[in-house]
Write a protein that binds this ligand. Structure first.
Ligand code: SF4
Length: 479
């Protein structure tokens, strides 16, 4: 390797540093509690919501049914052929993140990311069991006393129980071949130990939530977000122009008396103490800052106590930081090229998805021509092509389709196991929520096909409502 090689020789990530986040109160803490309760309520309660889809179909409102390859979301039922809806949803989710980022930084990371939500819950449990920051630091300094061991053991037990319940609920959202017990059995499954990940029909992944919320501290998103933010985006910011030079209340009073400059920051470190990642926001925008706003609350509380204006730390833009230094008033520009672009693409993707959803058919047809042989010449001179036709009924009631073929004069259709009706039509019944695979033969007189490869259309018409399904195919014949 040459000396000027760009090979990274240092560590790829920062070593774990134990943080002791302190409890705080204020506007952002209230917002975070509200969102935490809302997100956890949606996650934990959704599997218990029922939705009647008719006989033979699952009545769980939200369910990924892996054995039957279906996704149920209240009145929507998606089939594997409709995977583009998921693609659309992923695109929308990514654009929403980009838009959030362009408007107000890491809203997702600070308030809604599931790792943030569960970590917040785990910290609350930690504080409840071991006490607030000062108590925890003291106990760690004292070492492993009996009380400390008991408390740490209890904390990890409670974390494991939350992770167990979280993993259990996650498993109820999807049904597997060896699982799929109804959601109402979950409380029983959770109570029945030992901790077996395939316990009682529920494939419970409890290690992941425990590790993510209780142990892990890394995330790749900050690096992406650093590339997405710009000088107009609101970010949690320490207002340097107002805070510096930082000094104690006493020293700042003395400085003022002498006519010297003194900032509003009293260097109390409260903003660092409450930070869940131990970031010092006064050092500027950093990858470690999830922008949860708790430092804003902590600093506001300090400012109120010492009788100074709040929002020394607050949501602000780089542009306004520069303008304040120049003595200019702040300006905010939420409507700009990148936010318009994100919103426009979101509107287009959302409209396309909505249109596709409202106009999706409740039945599908697909055909697969036999390759070997492509055609058979019968002893009477007729030519026969064989293919498999798949008819899907996505509805909740049985449906009957009349099969016909277009594009080839005098062509006759037959299907294995289907007798023609009295009027000569080939009627095929498909059970609700099922796919019927038919071995279909199309036979035509020798000279009917003008070329050796004639485009044809296989048509299935619902005899009850007239809905027409079409699939293009080819009729092969000797040259
Ligand atoms: S909480 Fe406010 S006053 Fe205290 S160190 Fe942080 S920025 Fe300075």
């Amino acid at each position: 390797m040459s000396e000027d090689s760009t090979l990274i020789t240092g560590p790829l990530y920062a070593a774990r540093k134990k943080v002791y986040p302190q409890a705080t109160h204020g506007t952002y803490r209230k917002i975070k509690w509200g969102l935490l309760i809302f997100c956890l309520a949606v996650y934990y309660l959704l599997p218990f919501v029922r939705w009647d889809r008719g006989p033979g179909l699952p009545n769980q409102a939200v369910l990924v049914d892996l054995p039957h390859r279906r996704f149920y979301f209240f009145f929507i039922q998606l089939w594997p052929q409709e995977v583009y809806f998921f693609t659309g949803l992923l695109v929308l989710a990514a654009l929403t993140l980009f838009l959030m980022n362009a408007l107000a930084g890491r809203i997702w990371c600070g308030y809604l990311c599931w790792q943030t939500v569960w970590t917040d819950l785990f910290y609350a449990v930690e504080r409840w069991v071991e006490g607030d920051r000062r108590d925890r630091i003291m106990k760690d300094k004292k070492g492993w006393t009996f009380q400390h061991i008991r408390e740490v053991g209890l904390k990890h037990f409670l974390w494991l129980m939350i992770a167990w319940w979280t993993g259990g609920v996650g498993s109820v959202f999807r049904r597997r071949a060896n699982a799929g017990a109804p959601a109402r059995d979950l409380p029983g499954a959770v109570l029945r130990l030992p901790l077996d990940r395939h316990s009682h029909g529920h494939d419970i992944h409890f290690r992941r939530p425990y590790a993510r919320a209780g142990v892990l501290y890394m995330c790749p998103w900050p690096r992406i977000q650093a590339a997405l933010t710009d000088e107009w985006a609101l970010n949690v910011t320490y207002k340097v122009d107002r805070g510096e030079p930082r000094m104690s209340v006493k020293k700042s009073e003395a400085a003022h008396l002498k006519g010297l400059a003194a900032g509003d920051c009293i260097d109390c470190n409260q903003c660092v103490a409450v930070c869940p990642t131990g970031t010092d926001i006064r050092k500027g925008l950093q990858l470690g800052c999830v922008q949860c706003g708790l430092c804003i609350d902590a600093c506001d509380n300090v400012m109120k106590e010492i009788g100074r204006p709040t929002r020394l730390i607050g949501y602000d833009t780089d542009i306004n930081m520069a303008r304040r230094r120049e003595g200019k008033p702040p300006v905010y520009r939420f409507i700009r090229a990148r936010t318009i672009l994100y919103a426009a693409v979101m509107a287009i993707v959302g409209s396309v998805m909505l249109y596709a959803l409202l106009n999706r058919t409740t039945a599908l047809i697909a055909a697969q021509h036999n390759r070997n042989p492509l055609f058979v010449t019968l002893s009477d001179g007729h030519v026969r092509n064989d293919m498999t036709v798949h008819l899907s009924n996505k509805g909740g009631t049985p449906r009957t389709f009349a099969l016909t073929v277009l594009g080839l004069d005098q062509a006759r259709l037959s299907a294995v196991g289907v007798e023609p009706a009295a009027d000569g039509r080939l009627l095929v019944e498909v059970e609700p929520d099922r796919v019927r695979d038919l071995r279909v033969s199309i036979t035509a007189p020798g000279g009917a096909a003008k070329t050796d490869n004639t485009p044809i259309t296989v048509v299935a018409t619902d005899v009850a409502n007239g809905e027409v399904l079409k699939v293009s195919e080819h009729f092969f014949a000797p040259k």
